[in-house]
Design a protein around this ligand. Structure first.
Ligand code: GAP
Length: 434
């Protein structure tokens, strides 16, 4: 894990936020490669959840939101964690994250004292004020999940899209939670991105759709390269279920510190639509004109986090091996997830090679994301591309000026092949298996 955090910083995936001021409370900034990778994670999710389906549409609801939403959803009352203080070292903890002694007392993780306060509920919502006056009428909240934005727009979407259950709304966006103990790098932060689908189904069909989405989402991670043995689907026990849920399963990943949640799939029943209908006085139902049937759909919700997914992909892809007696680090990322798919590398900085190299770059840029690197010896440039997960390197050498061909090198095997420039786009596309 330390090695990966080092790589993330050194190669520009993730930087501690406000680092020049000593950092800021477990917040992180995404650097040039992190931005590319996060976009690819979101794009891969959007492609399989929206683009490849006819019954799912997109949505982008406001982050700054009315207290009425959170009152109706139950978040103002229930979205709490049990907070305790250590009287000895004054550290604050989430009670459910502390170990217990043999006689059942909570033990501080910092100083091992068992002099711990009673747990009190701590609401995780970030409260702010909309407008210049900081009074009760101006209170607003930063959303702690994107989900409620789907429910309050249910009638708008049904009316504009003429959708019939089963159908879904998909949304990717920032959420905010005032976590008591953020940590494990970007695993738990106070500001994070979620990718959520709310899938509205006829009530009697909800168990079947819950099973469908558990399977579908588990397989999505396998498809993008996470080995099966690093993944598991864990069903929640009755005591663990959220107040709105009739069944929840987590897709968990085997992180270096143990199993941790990547995504939750919940059967939210009709809880949310009914709660918002009651609080707003609006009708949030589906009316089937062909059968004359009227009902409140049940909701199946697969909800994933961008940073956790990125982290799992990075951990699963991180390998070291030996090439020609030299150790190398390789990120064996899926081509759709890797920050760059191709690196264009002129063998030398000499002016004679650069015009052709730029022509090659211009051929590939419309096809996919390319890096262009003219610095240092070619071997070191290959190592760098291996370390950031670039599946293909295209090298332009002096012979290229004569034979109008380039060398294509594969990250995983390091195998090289000479390819005519006029076939390059076709070869790159087939190697990346778009
Ligand atoms: N609408 C349901 C919901 O928000 P959740 O299990 O609380 O469910 C869904 O969150 C996903 O969002 C989690 O599986 C995780 O990937 C991500 N997530 C939640 N809290 C997070 C945090 N503090 N930091 C990073 N990711 C988080």
């Amino acid at each position: 894990m330390e090695e990966l955090v080092r790589l993330c910083k050194a190669r520009g995936f993730v930087f501690p936020s406000a680092e020049i001021y000593g950092g800021f409370r477990s917040t992180y900034d995404y650097g040039p490669l992190g931005v590319l990778m996060a976009r690819n994670v979101k794009e891969a999710w959007w492609r399989s959840m929206v683009q490849m389906r006819r019954e799912v549409v997109g949505l982008d609801a406001a982050i700054l939101s009315s207290p009425k939403i959170w009152e109706a959803s139950g978040h103002l009352k229930n979205f709490t964690d049990p907070l305790v203080d250590c009287r000895s070292c004054k550290q604050r903890w989430r009670a459910d994250q502390l170990p217990t002694t043999e006689d059942g007392k909570l033990k501080c993780l910092n100083c091992a004292s068992t002099d711990i306060t009673e747990a009190r509920p701590f609401n995780l919502m970030f409260k702010t004020f909309a407008g210049p006056v900081e009074d009760d009428g101006a209170v607003a909240y930063l959303r702690p999940e994107t989900a409620q934005g789907h429910f309050v727009n249910f009638a708008n979407v049904v009316q504009t899209e003429h959708l019939r259950p089963p159908f879904g709304t998909a949304q990717i966006g920032k959420s905010f939670r005032n976590e008591i103990t953020p940590g494990n790098f970007v695993f738990r932060t106070r500001e994070f991105e979620q990718m959520e689908l709310e899938y509205f189904v006829p009530p009697a069909d909800s168990p079947r759709w819950f099973e469908y989405w558990c399977k579908e989402r588990f397989e999505w991670y396998l498809r993008f390269g996470i080995p099966r043995e690093m993944l598991r689907l864990r069903h929640h026990s009755a005591e663990e279920l959220s107040h709105y849920s009739a069944g929840t399963a987590d897709v968990e990943f085997d992180f270096p510190w143990g199993w941790g949640e990547l995504e939750g799939i919940a059967n939210r029943t009709d809880f949310d639509l009914k709660a918002h209908a009651e609080a707003s006085g609006q009708v949030l139902e589906y009316f089937d004109q062909t059968t004359g049937e009227r009902y409140v759909p049940h909701v199946i919700e697969p909800a994933a986090g961008v940073a956790r997914t990125m982290m799992a992909f990075l951990i699963a892809a991180y390998t070291t091996d030996e090439v020609a007696g030299e150790a190398r680090t390789v990120l064996r990322l899926h081509p759709r997830i890797a920050p760059y798919q191709v690196a264009v590398l002129p063998l030398s900085k000499k002016d004679t090679l650069l015009p052709l190299s730029e022509e090659v770059l211009a051929l590939l840029q419309p096809v996919t994301m390319c890096d262009y690197d003219v610095t240092r010896a070619i071997g070191r440039r290959y190592r760098r591309q291996d370390e950031i997960g670039t599946p293909l390197c295209v090298t332009i050498d002096f012979e290229s000026l004569e034979d109008k061909a380039v060398t294509v090198r594969e990250r995983d095997t390091t195998a090289q092949e000479r390819v005519p420039i006029d076939r390059l786009v076709e070869v790159v596309q087939s190697r990346l298996a778009w």
